[in-house]
Write a protein that binds this ligand. Sequence first.
Ligand SMILES: [Zn+2]
Length: 220
Amino acid sequence: MAIVINTSVYCPLCANTMGSSYFYSDNQRDYYKCSNCNLIHVPPFQYLSKENELAEYDKHQNSQSDPGYRKFLSRLFNPLNSRLSPRSCGLDFGSGPGPTLFVMFEEAGHNINIYDQFYAPEKEVLLQQYDFITACEVVEHLHHPTDNFEQLWSILKPGGWLGIMTKLALGKDAFSKWHYKTDPTHVCFFSKETMNWQAEKWKTTALYFGNDVILFQKSM
Ligand SMILES: [Zn+2]
């Protein structure tokens, strides 16, 4: 059990001035929950160093030819692809060590760029405007989610779609048994309440598909 020193931690999503309150601890880390946006998050001093974070990502063996991985990605691909016009222009943000989602969109006739701070760090792609943006198993890793969210929203065209895949947090009981929090690179845990808070901020509605896919459409 980690020792809790701070009772209040700054929320990295909504910058709630009241801070977040202590929520839970396991033998690795502490978790705080924001009373405003409900984000559950790890305090920054418990984040991995960049080197150790990259070492964790390098362990992932995802592959473009792995049908199981494609099936997993189809949970995001299918609902998003069905909403796109032919030959849409997209960005896969946080494409990771074995980018595969962009291949699926390319095969469907779209043009897609990739960006990843470790594996595809060409920042020019963040200066273009897109019909759709994906962030698949990415947002739970973000140290500054509000900065990334606002950047992605700003490069989305009016009427464009942002598709996020992340496992949604449930109550404290479920959280205590949740394997998702044991990955040391996971530092932000979003619930439906958090996604709805974000949607309201963006003056849109969050659409849910299962317990891990969320789509937001930017208004025209
Ligand atoms: Zn918050």
